[in-house]
Design a protein around this ligand. Structure first.
Ligand SMILES: *[C@@H]1O[C@H](CO)[C@@H](O)[C@H](O)[C@H]1NC(C)=O
Ligand SMILES: *[C@@H]1O[C@H](CO)[C@@H](O)[C@H](O)[C@H]1NC(C)=O
Ligand SMILES: *[C@@H]1O[C@H](CO)[C@@H](O)[C@H](O)[C@H]1NC(C)=O
Length: 369
């Protein structure tokens, strides 16, 4: 088997050197082989961990968005409370229920071996969850460097099983009833800021941080940054900035907030689309509501509840340090750029996320100008 894989790797290498079309065909053949290897490795031994291993006491009061009522409680108790709360809120948000087996959200990722379904939302630790799903799906065991080198999100698109791609409706119903379904929420205002800092902010966002951008990556500045500047300062100003992006680009957080307030949320990018719109927590009966503010504890709880091999760990805290958008100083700095009026309107955009997941906006009134 090893020699086969070494040969495959060599094939990929030479294919990448030769013409694109051949490379595509070779990649497809490899993808098929990998799927075969993967489905064989899936039947291997099950490791059963004790339920509730990740049951810790919550104490995160220093984190913005942390719900103080959860402090000092056990994970299992907190999880029950979140579900009860959501269920009550959903009875007042019955606007337009849709059957998720007939009209499924497009963000649900399935692992049939462990009978789990995860709603994948950007800016809430999703790349790490994709890594976990790639690992438990056996994709990491495939020792082909060309595949391992692909970014997590690309490997995810190729190898993860998305719920809406299952064509068998009865099987969808079966999975929705029997599988453990989980999702993560986050305080809408730290999520919005995280998206801004990661994708659009001058000097610190993605395009300024990463030198060798991969071709498939969205050019966030071109797609959103410059059009937002054009909207609020005129096309001429935007063109002048475009001509000298590295030094002149200066989109402000306030402009981004205005864009969010004045744009139809139906056309939002995933990174700032309300979580409730993507995961539809009143349609899909989630069993566990994780929160970004307690990500490490919740992730551990979920993996142990799903009886995933104890060697599989959720990577700790990497996205948090990437943009630091939950840090008090950073929040204060950006939110002091906007007015109370803007804050209220921004709240309206994310009202459902605030209400369903029990977040409060009080802290932020202290920051605004
Ligand atoms: C559809 O799914 C159901 C439930 O899992 C299963 O019993 C049935 O055989 C599937 N039908 C087809 C055509 O695969
Ligand atoms: C970005 O960095 C450049 C060069 O260091 C600086 O001139 C510019 O003022 C910075 N822009 C913003 C909006 O901070
Ligand atoms: C986030 O905080 C860490 C530790 O304080 C720091 O090293 C890092 O540069 C910060 N990142 C950003 C983007 O500000």
């Amino acid at each position: 088997m090893t020699s086969l894989l070494v040969n495959l790797e060599e094939m990929v290498r030479s294919a990448l050197r030769s013409k694109r079309k051949t490379a595509c065909i070779v990649m497809m053949i490899i993808a098929l082989l990998v799927l075969m290897i993967r489905s064989r490795s899936l039947g291997s031994s099950e490791h059963i961990g004790p339920y509730g291993d990740g049951d810790v006491l919550f104490n995160h009061d220093h984190v913005v968005g942390f719900n103080i009522k959860e402090s000092g409680k056990r994970t299992s108790v907190v999880m029950e409370t979140r579900l009860d709360y959501l269920q009550r809120e959903c009875t007042t948000h019955m606007d337009s229920p849709r059957d998720p087996s007939l009209d499924p959200p497009s963000e649900l990722i399935v692992n049939e071996k462990y009978s789990i379904i995860y709603c994948n939302v950007p800016k809430v630790g999703c790349t790490n969850w994709k890594n976990v799903f790639l690992k438990i799906g056996g994709i990491d065991d495939i020792r082909i460097k060309a595949i391992q080198r692909l970014p997590t999100n690309t490997r995810g698109r190729i190898y993860l099983d998305y719920f809406h791609k299952y064509s068998n409706v009865s099987h969808r119903q079966f999975m929705l009833q029997k599988f453990t379904k989980f999702m993560f929420a986050r305080h809408p205002f730290t999520r919005v800021l995280s998206a801004f800092r990661d994708k659009l902010a001058p000097n610190i966002s993605y395009i300024f941080r990463i030198e060798n951008k991969q071709r498939h990556d969205v050019n966030w500045i071109e797609r959103y940054g410059l059009p937002i500047i054009a909207k609020y300062r005129g096309a001429e100003a935007a063109a002048a900035i475009k001509a000298n992006l590295k030094t002149k680009y200066d989109l402000t957080f306030s402009e981004f907030v205005n864009y969010l307030i004045e744009t139809n949320p139906l056309s939002f990018d995933k990174h700032w689309n309300p979580i409730s719109a993507m995961c539809r927590p009143c349609d899909v009966k989630y069993n566990i509501i994780g929160k970004y503010e307690t990500l490490d504890d919740d992730a551990e709880y979920i993996l142990r509840s799903a009886k995933v091999d104890p060697s599989v760990k959720y990577p700790q805290a990497s996205d948090k340090s990437a943009t630091n958008s939950s840090s008090l100083d950073i929040l204060r700095q950006y939110y002091s750029e906007i007015t109370r009026e803007q804050l209220k309107k921004l709240y309206e955009v994310y009202k459902k996320d605030f209400e369903l997941f029990d977040y409060s906006l009080e802290t932020f009134y202290k920051y605004v100008s």
